[in-house]
Design a protein around this ligand. Structure first.
Ligand code: ADE
Ligand code: ZN
Length: 332
């Protein structure tokens, strides 16, 4: 088996994907039409042309605008189901999906509508595609602490359906410290914790995510390389980093894929994983991300297997399930 065949054959877990970031232009047009909502594009080609980003904020502006066409439970179902079919194609057997309720509740959409649609698609994927999933609710960090507290309140009745709480949106100027108290409350309620840190922001934000939010994983974390002491800690604790190569390229975190540090992070003993972040905006799903780093960084078969093993090690599934998938990878 060559490396490209190996990438397809590996069972993989996805740990960093925003469901609103999987919204393909074709589906966006279809849902906009049935909901009678105008979108500022005439064609799919025009949408794709708009996906030319200079930084995180220039992407977020377009991403939040796209999400505005999602109104009904069925819309959230269709969005999630389309993503889960992509998982099936890429042999992603387990996924931990982020959703941003504030993007929807701020427009008057009920929290329950969002969650019910996503959950129904996840249940169907378990039955029809044998894909397992967990949901992680993210706070938008450009909004206030008070709004995050309100969102946490809304999630409490769904504690059994939501495994974790995360932090996303505009990073620079919105450090993890801003949300220390609301994450303490989320931990007390029994949620696992993740946070975007060290994507565009400095290594200092990764320290804050570890020490103030007490995260179970860091999302992105690529700027940790600026700080050797932090690198040692991440390696020693096997603190997972959910790295998103095509995202980093599209948002100009790296100038070209050959400069991406994922291989160096792996070689220094960090538990790095490969993820798609917002695949419809950044040019690819799980396997596209694997192929992009394989081509640019000349990864070996052992590197590819290690990345897939890390994805299960870092996931929130139980130890028996982890072992089952890791044994399958080692047998390839
Ligand atoms: N929301 C969706 N994608 C994101 C990213 N890459 N960083 C921060 N917030 C996001
Ligand atoms: Zn992200």
């Amino acid at each position: 088996m060559n490396q490209l065949e190996l990438i397809r054959a590996l069972p993989k877990a996805e740990l960093h994907v925003h469901i609103e970031g999987t919204f393909e232009p074709e589906l966006m047009f279809a849902i906009a039409q049935r909901n009678n909502i105008e979108i500022p594009y005439k064609s799919v080609a025009e949408v794709k042309q708009a996906y030319n980003f200079q930084n995180l904020q220039s992407f977020l502006d377009i991403y939040y605008a796209g999400a505005k066409v999602l109104i009904h439970e069925q819309d959230f179902y269709d969005l999630t189901w389309a993503y889960l079919e992509k998982c099936h194609e890429d042999h992603v057997v387990h996924t931990e999906i982020f959703f941003d309720p504030q993007t929807h509740t701020d427009r008057g959409i009920a929290f329950k509508t969002v969650l019910d649609g996503i959950l129904r698609a996840c249940q169907d994927a378990k039955e029809k595609l044998s894909i397992s999933s967990h949901l992680i609710m993210c706070f938008l960090r450009h909004l206030s602490e008070e709004e995050a507290f309100k969102t946490l309140e809304q999630a409490l009745p769904y504690k059994d359906q939501i495994i974790g709480i995360g932090l996303d949106s505009s990073e620079v100027g919105n450090p993890p410290a801003k949300f220390e108290r609301v994450f303490a409350k989320a931990r007390e309620a029994g949620f696992l914790i993740v946070a975007h840190a060290g994507e565009e922001g400095p290594a200092e934000y990764v320290w804050q995510a570890l020490d103030l939010l007490k995260v179970n994983r860091i999302d992105h974390g690529v700027s940790s390389e600026q700080d050797p002491v932090l690198m040692q800690r991440l390696a020693k604790e096997r603190m997972p980093l959910t790295v998103c190569p095509l995202s980093n390229l599209k948002l100009c975190v790296v100038d070209d894929m050959q400069q991406h540090n994922i291989k160096r992070l792996l070689e220094q003993g960090l538990c790095v994983t490969v993820n798609s972040d917002d695949p419809s905006y950044f040019g690819g799903y799980m396997n596209d991300n694997f192929v992009a780093i394989y081509n640019a960084l000349n990864l070996s078969a052992d590197d590819l297997k290690k990345l897939a093993i890390n994805s299960f090690e870092a996931s929130f599934i139980d130890e028996k399930e982890k072992k089952k998938w890791i044994d399958q990878i080692n047998a390839l």
